[in-house]
Design a protein around this ligand. Structure first.
Ligand code: GSH
Length: 230
């Protein structure tokens, strides 16, 4: 088995997506957490966009972009998470293509710098949620996107659905309750052990600390977390 090193910022959802795929495939890997504000030269040399995740394989090859990493892992390591059927696979890929739009509705709300931009961003969350709700209706029974079998779509959305719950606990948004299939899917993903790179309480504290450190509008609603750098 190859040697895998996953270069990470601890709170990065795109890193989490890659880590989920590695865990779903039961692959041993080393996490290397670096600081966003202090990216080492060795990292800058292997990351074309200077972003995480980077998956370093056998200390030789560096893959970047979470979707490319997930697809690579799925092509090279069993069990296959993509569906065998080419039509279903295309539908799955279409929904992983939607992840950045979906993600930005939640992320932009969390990172809004004032109340007006928080409200404008929060209004976009139901639009994205509604699209996923309709997709889940078409897909049929859960608990996962394709039904009983876990997929790359699950791995891609889990980090952002988790962050919706985190943000909702900082300041209630009350959106997901209007989308029962999405809510059930999100809850199934949160329960899945592969979703988690850190103990859940510890990770939520990291998320809150990150909001505080960024001094965003919602950080005023985050109580009692130390803001010292990790
Ligand atoms: N499209 C990229 C997004 C990765 C990304 O935005 N990573 C963030 C951390 S969560 C990052 O490295 N940001 C640093 C920067 O933008 O300079 C992927 O899917 O891997």
């Amino acid at each position: 088995m190859a040697k895998y090193l996953l270069v990470s910022f601890k709170t990065c959802p795109w890193v989490q997506r890659a880590a989920i795929v590695l865990r779903e495939k039961n692959v041993a890997f080393e996490f290397r957490h670096i600081e966003p504000d202090n990216r080492p030269d060795w990292f800058l040399a292997i990351s074309p966009h200077k972003k995480v995740p980077v998956l370093r394989i056998d200390e030789k090859v560096s893959l970047f972009e979470s979707n490319a990493i997930a697809e690579y892992l799925d092509e090279t390591i069993a069990p296959r998470l993509h569906p065998d059927d080419p039509i279903l696979r295309a539908i799955n890929r279409a929904w992983t293509d939607y992840v950045p739009t979906f993600a930005s509705s939640v992320t932009a709300t969390g990172y809004a710098v004032d109340e007006a931009s928080y409200k404008t961003s929060a209004e976009k969350i139901p639009v994205a949620f509604e699209r996923l709700e309709r997709a889940l209706e078409k897909q049929g029974a859960g608990p996962f996107f394709n039904g009983a079998k876990y997929s790359l779509v699950d791995a891609a959305y889990a980090p952002f659905l988790q962050r919706y719950f985190f943000l909702n606990r900082v300041r209630p948004l009350g959106v997901i309750e209007k989308f029962p299939r999405l809510k059930a899917w999100a809850e199934a993903l949160i329960k899945r052990p592969s979703t988690h790179s850190f103990p859940q309480g510890e990770f939520e504290t990291l998320y809150r600390r990150n909001l505080k450190r960024r001094n965003v509008w919602v950080s005023q609603f985050v109580a009692d977390v130390a803001v010292a750098a990790e």
